[in-house]
Each structure stands twice: as structure tokens, then as C-alpha cells.
Design a protein around this ligand. Sequence first.
Ligand code: 13P
Length: 336
Amino acid sequence: MTELNKIALKILSNGKGILAADESTATMTKRLENVNVSSSSENRLLFREILFSSESMRDCIGGVILYDETIKQITSSKQKIPELISSTGALPGIKVDTGAKVLAGSPEEKITEGLDGLRERLTEYYQLGARFTKWRGVYSISNSYPSKLSINSNAHALARYSALVQECKMVPIVEPEVLMEGNHSAEDCFSKTSEVIRKCFEELILHNIDLSGVILKPNMILPGASSDKKISSEEVAKLTLKCLKENVPTDVPGVAFLSGGQSEQEATENLDLINKHNDTNFIMTYSYGRALQQSALKSWSKDIKDVKGAQKIFNHRAKMCTLAAQGKWSAELEAK
Ligand code: 13P
């Protein structure tokens, strides 16, 4: 077992999942202003500190993805954020891409940037305590998209990123996100996601990546958010498993799904069914942002001094997701 494989398994094993708290300042500002909280660096820290010091961290969360601002912040009790996370048994991680920009040559699509100077930034993040990283490529579905250009260029960037991350002894989360926006069918999502994932691994292999030290963070196979052809959670689970079985090399230890705009309960139920039907060797868990934080943020925004209230809600979500990551969730448990 390589050191990288050990890190990946430490993050994903025993029903644990990943808390994606790596919203950029711009995204976090939108989330906070949405619930009428001003987006100062103090408030951004305050909310995240509430999550990271919650009781469920110990049992449910194997890794936390941070943003550059947060990994350098100090808590109210003078603890460094990566130390607070490590003290719960979880590993600190860091988002290292610098965002999706207009793709020259296909200006309605996006290419994720951040490779320039990445080797040096990775060294700094390692010293700050990070042991894994994230890079997100984004793809939208329409009749002509994602184009070959966007599929190939994002896969190339994900592979170059992964090689630099492994060189620095950290585990790369490879996140090719095929967006839910649009009126496409689940079949379209299946075929486009399959093509995107297949190309990513072709490039990762070309760049000599140790696949046992990679975590894949894909979207589930869902119809577009504005499609009128909805499918059941059973079908979501079956299509998602089929897509991963056909396109992910078996050396990869695990898959941690993004929630991508699904409601908290949908994201939990779909993950649960994926695990109930999981006939692969991949660990299937969560790396949720909104589906772990949304209700806690809403509750906190009503009274930012009510730390315990927000933690109670976050603990419940984390617990539900961890049950789902073992195929042990049921809707009745939500009410408890
Ligand atoms: P969501 O679960 O809110 O989609 O966020 C996960 C993530 O990290 C997206 O890059």
C-alpha cells in the first residue's frame, strides 16, 4: 500500500465522507448574503469554525476541503484551522484551482486554471497541514456541449494538476463536474459524464498518476434540473453505478460525490441507494458542500450566536450522509 493510498483510505473509509467547505470568497459571499449575513472574513471564519468543531466531525468526516483564506485563519481560541481539523481525526485538504474561465476557442464553455506556480503553492499548503487537494473541471450539457475541446483540455489540466499534487505527497481529488443545469435527459447525462470521466483517466494514466492515490469526485447521473423527464432514485443509483463501473479504473480506491444542487435529502437518498446496490470495489461516499451545510447555514443566519443550534443541524446531516455512505440510511431516520 502506498502512502498516497493510505491517505485516500483514511479519508474515505468506515462511512466517512468529505466536507467541502472550499467555497471561494465570491461564492461564500453569495451564500451568506442569501441568508442576510454580511460576508466579512470574521463571519466566514465563524461559520466554518462552527462546522469544524461539531461533534460529528469525529465520526463522520474524514477530510475537509478548505479555501486559501480559511487554511491560513486562526480560530477564536487561537488554534490554526488545519490543527482544529486534525484534532478531530479528519485530514485538512485544499482547493488549488483558481477557477473556471472562458475557454478560448469555445467561449460558451469553461476551462479551469491554476497550473502556473502550482508546485510552489502546493509546498506551502503541505507545510500548512494539507494532505489532499481539489481541482474542479466544469462541463455543461447541450446539443453541442461539452465539446471535445472542453473534454480534452480539462482532462489534460486535471492530469497535470494530479501529477504535481502526488509529487508533493498529497492525494488529488479529481473533480470533473457535469452540471445539472439544462433540460437534458438522464441518458444524455450518462453518455456525457461517461465520455468526460473516460478522458480524464486516459490523461491521468498518460501522466503516470498513481491511481491508488486518487479520489474521484463526480456528479451523479441525473436528468437536467429543468428536464420534465424525472427518474427515480433507484434509476439514478443504477445509472451512476453503471457509468462508474464502465469508466473508472479499478485501482482507484474511492469515489466521493458532489451534491451539485440536489436537495440535502435527495443527495442522501441517492448516495444510500448507490451503496445498497454497489457491486464495485470502489468506496462510494460523499464530498458535499451545499448538501451538508445548507440547513445549518440557514439556522445560523437567524442567530449567529446560536452555535449549538447550527451544530445540531450539521451533525444530523453528517450522520445521515455517513449512514448513506454505508447503505444504512432510511427516510424515517430523517425525522428523528
Ligand atoms: P456541492 O456539494 O455543493 O456541489 O459542492 C461540492 C463541491 O466541492 C463543488 O466543487
